[in-house]
Design a protein around this ligand. Structure first.
Ligand code: SAM
Length: 238
């Protein structure tokens, strides 16, 4: 059975969007994963199919109603429920280990917020996992859902060309990846690091390891601190 992506959104036409192209698009066509984008508006109330209301306690903006979101979740949940994830800047930062966990399960149901977000009670009632894709505010959860799905889909069996691609890349061992170079060996007066042309595999591996450490230490002191206290020598399984 294919990996399932169920999306609850006010803008179902945003899907598959970029995921209809390239690796993810081919995998979608081949049935490696399936996509069901449910229109939250279909569960809206009254003649205007309202999905939102003013916030209790006052303040700017509108809040997505719990009854509307609950009805959408119920309608989109089949016999085999999927973990419900709510994309929100208030969530825990999404990490590669989360992506690996979701990719190795049956799929995900993603709730995309709009306006000021979703009434907290329906998130509690469904034990939704709240995830952020970064410390900035988007206008809606749809781009965040596309990001999460892209990260998962490339890990599904058979989607990536080389089995090594997922084990050697950034975050697989707690570090950023080393830099890459290709032909020409000299470009605009800039030479490729000579060790990469040496054919000496052990020296290349040592150089790459040092580069990965250096990039992580200088660019991501948060990751470096974790790695330094718990070094991961073997890449985690994809
Ligand atoms: N009032 C919210 C706050 O300050 O935390 C921001 C709401 S935002 C304008 C509307 C929706 O975009 C959110 O409900 C969420 O679904 C999505 N969103 C915005 N930024 C996000 C992020 N960094 N990660 C994941 N989803 C995000």
């Amino acid at each position: 059975m294919s990996w399932r992506a169920t999306i609850l959104t006010l803008f179902p036409d945003m899907f598959p969007g970029p995921l209809g192209q390239s690796l993810a698009g081919r995998a979608l066509g081949e049935g490696v994963w399936s996509l069901h984008a449910h229109d939250l508006r279909a569960h809206g109330l009254g003649r205007h199919r309202n999905v939102d209301d003013t916030p209790f306690g006052g303040g700017a903006g509108m809040v997505m109603r719990p009854d509307v979101v609950d009805a959408a979740i119920a309608a989109a949940t089949g016999d085999d429920p999927l973990p419900l994830l709510y994309l929100t800047p208030r969530g825990r930062p999404l990490q590669q280990r989360d992506v690996r966990r979701y990719a190795s399960g049956p799929g995900v149901m993603l709730l995309c917020g709009r306006f000021e977000g979703v009434d907290e009670r329906v998130l509690d009632a469904h034990a939704a996992e709240q995830l952020s894709i970064g410390d900035y505010v988007l206008s809606g959860g749809e781009p965040a859902a596309l990001v999460l799905l892209d990260a998962c889909i490339r890990l599904l069996p058979g989607v990536m060309g080389s089995a090594d691609s997922a084990t050697e890349e950034s975050f697989s061992n707690g570090l950023l990846e080393y830099p890459h170079y290709t032909r020409p060996a000299e470009w605009q007066g800039r030479a490729v690091p000579p060790v990469l042309l040496s054919g000496h595999h052990a020296a290349i591996a040592a150089w790459r390891d040092a580069q990965a450490r250096d990039a992580t230490r200088t660019r991501r002191p948060d990751l470096w601190a974790v790695h330094a206290s718990h070094p991961v020598t073997n890449p985690l399984p994809a």
